[in-house]
Structure formats: C-alpha cells, structure tokens
Design a protein around this ligand. Structure first.
Ligand code: SF4
Length: 430
C-alpha cells in the first residue's frame, strides 16, 4: 500500500496513507485525521486526545488523565465545529503541497507498479478534494432522513453498516433502558426496506467501503416473524456479497480484498422471547442468508433481579434460546449488566449470572460482554431504585462484581471458551 510523505512550509512532516477503507493524514504524528472515501471526517487525534465523529455530527473526545484514567466527554456544537474548521485549515495546506513532484513515496508490500502508485496518488487527491468540499450540514440532514437514531450497537459492530429492518423495541419495558422510548415499534415492509437499503448506500457513497459488516437494527429485529423476515434477509443478501463461512484468515482477507463491498455477515440483537419463537431450522435459514452473530441481553442470570428490572424473558428462556441458536451454528454475544439492582441483588446476581453463563454452550466463537450500569434519567430505574432504597453502583463496585462473576465461571478461557469483553455504552458513537 503506497504511503506518501511531504513537508509543509512550516517544516511539519505529513504522512498520507490510503487503503480500501480510509484516508489517513498524520502531521508530525501529533495530529491525525481519518476520512472515509467519501471525504467524511470519521476520527481525529490531536495531541493525546482522540475524537470520534458520529454521522449525526456529535463528537466524542477520549483521553487519559494524569493518573492514566480513561476520560471522555461529548464536545459542544461549537467545539465540534472548531474541530472541523481546524481540520479544513490543515487539509487546505496539505493539499496545496500535494503534487507528484513534491511527493516521496515508499511502498509497503512491494507489488505496486509505478502506474499503480500514480493511480493511487490521484485517488488520494480525489479523496482530499472530496474532504475539502464535504458539506457536513447537508450530510447530517441526509443522515436523519435515512435513519431513525441509532441508539446502540455491540462494541464489535460500531463500524457496521446499519440497516433498520425495524424501528424501536417491541417491549420497552426494561426499567434501566430508555434507548428506544422515542419511537413506536414497527416492522418495515420489503418495499420500504429495499428503499431504505438504497437510501443507506446513497447516503454513504464511497464511504461505504469502511463498513464491512451489516447490523440489522433496531433493538430486536429478529422478533420479525420468520415469513416476514426471510424476504428482508434476502434483500440484504442480494445487495451485499457475504463472506463465506469456514475460510482461514488468509482466504478471508483475500475474499474481502476481492469484494470491496463484501460484508463479513449480518449481525443483530435478539431478546429471549423473540428467540423463543424461532426454531433451530429458522435460525439455520437465517444463517444461510448471512446471519453470523446474535447479541442477547441476558443482563443477569438471577430471576428475581430480571423480574425487578422488568426484562421480558427469564434466564431459563435465554439459556434455552442460546442453545437453539448455537445448534443452528450461530455465534453468540451475551451481555451482562454489571451493578444492576445494587447491593440488594449483588450476591444472587453474581452467583446466578455465572451459573447461567456456564449453562450456555458457549465456545471460542462467542463473546461475553460486561456492561457497567449507566443511570439514564429518561428511564424509570432511578426513581424505582430511590423509592425502594436500592443503591446506585459505583465503578469500583461494578469492577469487583465483574471479577466475582469471572471467578465463578467454569467455562474455559479463550481460545476454547468465549472472550470476556467490556461493553461501555458511553463509548458508543455511530
Ligand atoms: S433492554 Fe432491550 S428489550 Fe429491554 S427495553 Fe431496552 S432494547 Fe428493549
């Protein structure tokens, strides 16, 4: 992959890298900008602070403080605008310096012809030109026309191409969750969904190359009755080549290189009740159409806590559902909610959650996510907890609870057993 470098009039060194997914500009390695191939700023790094820009224009800043603790905050609209203004100023200077004669290049990989390098040189110029002209106001407006708010994704799907086959959550009962209370639940018709897919592709433009998986949203798209879901899955399968299963790492990479718009699979949340309504064969049919991993919010294995949280399904139902999905060859992501129910439910939560996870046939393809409780003022949890004298957990309590659950688990560690991964909702940006 060619890697260009140049020197700015103020003597700062710029390194430019273009691959099939993104353009990255690094100035003295202290200031880094990443754009998708439509020229849309996706992320930045400025003297120790990471910025992640969402498609809705909001920007999350993350850094480590003097005691090496992770910090984060959302920028104000003015700060987000200042980030774009600074980026444009830098980009203008860089693109002026960028010409065939002023560039030194090195080739990593060594199989680029001179024609290939010059070709890529023009592609870099084209993406930089798009980045300079990028109309963020129009882009945000278009984003809101194409999508309902994208409330949350699993951490390994933050870069997915989201397709909203449904809107909202069909339950909206869980006391800790207000993610989808802003919209009624509905299922799109095949015609609507086909139009949505076309609108999504038009919205992303060349930037779609950064997205290598499909996430079937919103909260529980797999609740769609099988007869109505199959045509929607067939639409995704027609629109995107899906990586065949069973390839080794090298074959996987080769397939993805050969299919610039190919996707690693379809991913979706599911809840216990929705999974209950599907048979192993139903899940097999979905897998044949590209479904790869399903994410289920267990939250806890402790039935009294699940009832207190008003989860729509029991732990026993979720264990059974995971068994059925594994039997169909799907990968599973199980989400555990740390700190839920505070000290009142702590002992039962630890004991029964470890037992529930152990009762699931999870293996090295699967992931257990530990998600710290985040008080949401729009959800009823806080007022219920206050009225019942249930404490709100702090970070130390939740970290200790996570460790106690892990200590009780008898599932093998990776690679034979599931990965154990943090899932902090506060890090989510789409
Ligand atoms: S936790 Fe899941 S099932 Fe419960 S209200 Fe939120 S999105 Fe719906």
């Amino acid at each position: 992959m060619p890697h260009y470098s140049l020197t700015l009039p103020d003597a700062r060194a710029v390194h430019i890298r273009l691959n099939a997914e993104a353009l990255t500009l690094s100035i003295d390695e202290l200031l880094i900008y990443t754009f998708d191939l439509a020229g849309r700023l996706i992320g930045a790094f400025d003297h120790g602070v990471n910025y992640r820009r969402g498609l809705d224009g909001r920007v999350l800043a993350r850094w480590r403080d003097e005691r090496n603790r992770r910090q984060r905050r959302w920028l104000s609209a003015d700060e987000a605008q200042a980030l774009l203004t600074k980026m444009r100023g830098e980009l203008e200077v860089i693109s002026k310096q960028y010409s065939v004669n002023s560039i030194q290049y090195s080739v990593i990989g060594g199989d680029e012809t001179e024609y290939g390098i010059r070709n890529t040189h023009h592609e870099v110029a084209a993406v930089m030109a798009r980045a300079l002209d990028f109309d963020y106001v129009a882009d945000i407006r278009r984003f809101h026309q194409v999508y309902r708010p994208i409330s949350i994704l699993p951490p390994d799907q933050y870069q997915a191409l989201v397709l909203q086959a449904t809107e909202g959550c069909s339950f909206n009962t869980c006391t800790f969750c207000a993610l989808y209370r802003d919209r009624p639940f509905r299922i799109k018709t095949p015609a609507e969904f086909e139009q949505h897919v076309a609108d999504v592709l038009a919205f992303f433009g060349p930037g779609v190359s950064m997205r290598r998986s499909l996430f079937l949203a919103d909260a529980n798209a797999l609740i769609i009755p099988q007869k109505r879901l199959l045509p929607l899955m067939q639409i995704t399968a027609r629109a995107f080549p899906i990586l065949p299963e069973g390839l080794d790492a090298a074959a996987r990479r080769a397939w993805l290189d050969e299919h610039p718009h190919g996707m690693t699979g379809v991913f979706a949340f599911v809840d216990g009740l929705s999974a209950e309504r599907k048979t192993v064969d139903d899940f097999r049919q979905l897998r044949a159409l590209g479904l790869r991993r399903v994410y289920i919010g267990l939250e806890s294995g402790h039935e009294p806590l699940l009832a207190w949280l008003r989860k729509p399904s029991t732990a026993a139902e979720m264990i059974e559902a995971v068994g059925r999905m594994k039997a169909a060859g799907l990968q599973i992501g199980v989400i555990v909610l740390l700190g839920a129910g505070g000290r009142r439910f702590d002992a039962g939560h630890v004991q029964d959650t470890a037992a529930a996870l152990d009762a699931m046939p999870l293996d090295g393809d699967d992931i257990i996510y530990f998600s710290p409780f985040q008080p949401d003022p729009a959800a009823p949890y806080l007022s219920i907890a206050r009225a019942e004298g249930v404490d709100i957990p702090d970070d130390a309590f939740m970290a200790a609870q996570r460790q106690r659950i892990l200590d009780r688990l008898t599932l093998p560690p990776p690679p034979a057993g599931p990965k154990r991964v943090p899932y902090n909702l506060a890090d989510f940006v789409y």
